[in-house]
Design a protein around this ligand. Structure first.
Ligand SMILES: O=C(O)CCC(=O)C(=O)O
Length: 270
């Protein structure tokens, strides 16, 4: 079980989660204070257009598929794709990336040969690789408070979808290209969903059933970021071939925004 679950549920018992996910108006500039006050500290999901973060110095922008292809032109003699997906590979070559983009642009399904997936998927990427794409880290937390960026290529084939699960850290998921549908459920559903947790340590990844009347379904489009507080369950479907970069806060209790927000209140401390 996720070690901070009981504390999170205690906060939600006092301040119940809202069963919708708002979208910030692209004409509004979101301040760090407003983000913390309305979303991170109460533990509420929100969709934020990249443009609403310009005044915080966030330069990430949408990169449509056609532009992605011209950023990474395909070369004739590129080596075969060898991404170790669902793993933590730091090997990242532009030539291989170009091949993966070419396949993604044709919406080819993910290969499951040898239990590996051929696309960059749940793959750690060095910041230098993201610079070419113009991706900045979300402006809400310090570098040391977040894990390295993770890259997800998603064709629309069913085996590229992700089952309902929860992660132990806060999540900022930036849709660079294409679109995904997120079906999300609050941590208050934990016991009803009967999750199977992978480990009892701080990793805290839990897979769960999907059937609940309290599911919120949102589409995250290219040029938008979904903020999903720690412990929220989510199933993810690519509704257009997509490239997403996400950042998790490191998964210790004091990095979970909601617990940080209430840490001054004695009655939540134990
Ligand atoms: O995009 C996906 O398939 C899964 C993403 C995900 O689970 C996450 O960002 O936590």
């Amino acid at each position: 079980m996720w070690p901070v679950l009981e504390q999170v549920l205690k906060v939600y018992a006092r301040f119940p989660p809202k069963l919708y996910c708002p979208r910030v108006n692209p004409k509004v500039q979101l301040s760090l204070e407003a983000f913390n006050k309305y979303f991170r500290w109460p533990g509420r999901p929100v969709i934020i257009p990249f443009s609403s973060l310009a005044s915080l110095g966030f330069g990430t922008r949408a990169v449509p598929m056609s532009e992605l292809k011209s950023l990474y032109p395909l070369s004739e003699d590129a080596p075969p794709i060898a991404f170790v997906a669902n793993g933590m590979s730091l090997n990242f070559s532009s030539a291989q990336f170009a091949q993966a983009i070419d396949s993604l642009s044709k919406d080819l399904p993910v290969s499951r040969e040898q239990n590996l997936r051929n696309y960059p998927r749940n793959m750690l990427v060095p910041d230098t690789a993201l610079k070419h794409l113009g991706v900045d880290a979300p402006p809400f937390l310090r570098r040391g408070d977040m894990k390295p960026a993770t890259l997800w290529f998603g064709p629309t084939a069913a085996n590229a979808n992700t089952e309902m699960h929860s992660d132990p850290g806060d999540n900022w998921a930036c849709m660079i290209t294409g679109a995904k549908q997120f079906s999300i459920l609050a941590p208050t559903e934990y016991y009803a969903l009967r999750p199977r947790c992978q480990s009892a340590d701080l990793d805290g990844l839990c897979y769960a059933r999907e059937d609940s009347n309290n599911k919120i379904t949102v589409t995250v489009n290219e040029g938008e970021m979904l903020y999903l507080p720690a412990g929220w369950f989510h199933a993810v479907h690519n509704i257009r071939p997509s490239v997403m970069v996400n950042y998790w806060s490191v998964s210790v209790a004091e990095q979970v925004g909601m617990l940080r927000g209430v840490s001054g209140l004695a009655h939540f401390a134990n």
